[in-house]
Design a protein around this ligand. Sequence first.
Ligand SMILES: Cc1cc2nc3c(=O)[nH]c(=O)nc-3n(C[C@H](O)[C@H](O)[C@H](O)COP(=O)(O)O)c2cc1C
Length: 217
Amino acid sequence: MQDLFEAIKHRRSIRKYQNKPVPQSLIEKILVAASWAPSAHNAQPWRFIILTESESKQVVAEAMAESWAADMEKDNVKIDEKVYKVRIERFASAPVIILACATMEGMYMQPDPERQKVERDLAMQSLGAAMQNLLLMAHAKGLGACWFCAPSFCKATVREALKIPDEFEPQAIVAIGYPDEKPIAPNRKVFGEYCFKNIWGKVFYVQNTQTTFKMCK
Ligand SMILES: Cc1cc2nc3c(=O)[nH]c(=O)nc-3n(C[C@H](O)[C@H](O)[C@H](O)COP(=O)(O)O)c2cc1C
């Protein structure tokens, strides 16, 4: 097992995969890792559909691409045929697609609508934690993965394609496979841009530049 910090730092979004199947045992491990994420009220408000068959991947990929094209048309944006094809291929050709759905099942019912909105925030935060566990476990097992937000933009379409009941909300896709690329780490913000000390805006002085400014190189 890699040092946790090293694993976190070296995980990259991998968007190209070898044409090699991912063993079911690894997929299971990744999904169990997701279930060990923290969640508000321990509600575990995530559900996953694992797509490994070409046909189901193709159906969802095409449905999402069509929905995207319709959105672009609404915005009067001309669709590039190549981009359209890439949007299908990216999902249809990935060895494994995990569709992550959020649910309010197990979350609290608040009498105040404003506080109820917070419950939704908590469910989404919990799903995010599970997603990060998925990505890190995939990385730890030598797999490449990428989080894609496409389903969030076409929830009804994805629900229909995969017969998902209304109370489960398609949120994201994680595509997984053996990596076929080695991307350079995108830059990270430096401490001063995202950390403050004691009060908003007050600089958090860095003591160890090794672990901060140079962390993504
Ligand atoms: C909520 C969320 C949505 C994302 N959606 C997409 C996406 O639709 N397409 C994509 O190529 N990458 C997507 N990504 C991956 C990010 O682009 C990537 O994490 C970021 O550029 C940093 O790169 P790294 O993951 O290699 O560190 C998404 C990541 C997150 C957390």
